[in-house]
Design a protein around this ligand. Structure first.
Ligand code: PMP
Length: 393
């Protein structure tokens, strides 16, 4: 590695810092499911994705520990070598039953899953014609990476704009190549929901493969927290559903819920599945316990959604744009990066850890605070959050 190259990295990092864009990792100590400790201060955590507080649940901790004791802390190999334990198969069966699909596959993270699965699925047709991929403009970075890895051209439709999607599909009706529609059921930065029935209708009408990311819906929305893709109006109409275990399910890892054919295809073609060490028993134990618990957590889901309603009411009364949020993710658009950063700093002074989201994660001029609520937030926590928000200029 030449010194000149390293100097260039340093200069570019300095330039990022000068523009206020240099990212740093700031450690926190997890105090409990609703709080973190940083620099000796306890902060109310409204930034995590631990929507049901399961990261601290005794059943998950106990099963992670007992599976480690019986199976070890590592899977020791990739899935296709000798890393597929009976526990992987059992968790996948449980997951398929939870999602109501023929088959399921666990993968190592949501990011890796989207990247690897999209790259594997987006094949040309038998005549070698490239796929036409219609993707919501606000789809997560991991999906855009998957599309890049597949080497396909993205046809982006305006966020949640079904008329625009229909128009784009119609305009290309005569073109060759298989169609794919790629979206999320709950959008990570806006906290709004996709119109899944309309997406299913369009996918069926235009013969498109429908791919839906349920990272933020799994555990939280849909019948018994099974996700929005399990709502009766759309169940069985979506070709590929993916989600993560690192958010409402409290642990780590990701899943695909699909037909046996799609699962077999991924096992044969998804590099991020084939060439990576399998999820370890500790993680599988936590997933297994979370899948047992989630359907029973109706009271926690009701509390979570009530917390979100309460915060949204306060923000909307102050004239703030919450981006159509109807979920536990509640943005408050403040406009400039400075406005978002100073609001974040003021909240931190008031003992609240909320995160400012800025370009390139969101469009310029749409910098915001992104509140992620949890069933672990008590009434007193919500009182603290609301007073801190009301005290903002
Ligand atoms: N999809 C969406 C919509 C997400 O928000 C995230 C997490 N930020 C991911 C995928 C990636 O999941 P994971 O954190 O498990 O890598």
């Amino acid at each position: 590695m030449t010194t000149a190259y390293l100097d260039r990295l340093s200069q570019q990092l300095d330039a990022l810092a000068a523009a206020g864009r240099r990212r740093v990792t700031r450690p926190v100590a997890a105090a409990d499911a609703a709080h973190v400790e940083r620099d000796g201060r306890v902060l109310l955590n409204v930034s995590s994705n631990d929507y049901l507080g399961l990261s601290r649940h005794p059943l998950l901790i106990e099963r992670a520990r007992s599976w480690a004791e019986t199976m070890g802390v590592g899977a020791t190999a990739s899935r296709l070598v000798c890393g597929t334990l009976e526990a992987h198969a059992a968790v996948e069966d449980k997951l398929a039953a939870f999602k109501g699909t023929e088959a399921a596959l666990v993968l190592n993270s949501g990011y890796q899953a989207n990247e690897a699965m999209l790259a594997a699925l987006l094949m040309p047709d038998v005549a070698g014609k490239a796929p036409l991929v219609f993707v919501d403009r606000l789809a997560h970075a991991s999906m855009h990476e998957g599309l890049k890895a597949a080497g396909v051209r993205q046809i982006r439709f305006r966020h949640n704009d079904m008329a625009h999607l229909e128009d784009l599909l119609r305009k290309r009706e005569g073109e060759p190549g298989p169609r794919f529609i790629v979206t999320e059921s709950v959008f990570s930065m806006d906290g709004d929901r996709a119109d899944l029935p309309a997406l299913c209708d369009l996918a069926e009408r235009f013969g498109a493969f429908l791919y839906v990311d349920e990272a933020h819906a799994t555990g939280v929305l849909g019948p018994h927290g099974r996700g929005l893709t399990c709502d009766p109006a759309v169940a069985g109409r979506i070709h590929m559903v993916m989600g993560t275990f690192g958010k409402a399910l409290g642990g780590f890892g990701a899943y695909a819920a699909c037909s046996s054919t799609v699962r077999d295809w991924l096992v044969n073609k998804a590099g991020g599945f084939i060439y990576s060490t399998a999820l370890p028993p500790t993680v599988l134990g936590a997933i297994d316990a979370a899948l047992d618990l989630v359907p029973t957590l109706e009271a926690e889901r009701a509390r979570l959604h009530a917390n979100a309603d309460r915060l949204r009411a306060v923000l909307s009364a102050r004239g703030l744009d919450c981006c159509g949020s109807t979920t536990q993710i509640v943005p408050a658009v403040l406009g400039t990066e400075d406005a978002a950063l100073s609001a974040m700093a003021a909240l931190e002074t008031a003992g609240v850890l909320a995160v400012a989201i800025r370009p390139p994660t969101v469009p310029a001029g749409a910098s915001r605070l992104r509140f992620a609520l949890s069933a672990a937030h008590s009434d007193a926590d919500m009182d603290q959050l609301i007073s801190a928000v009301e005290a903002l200029a």
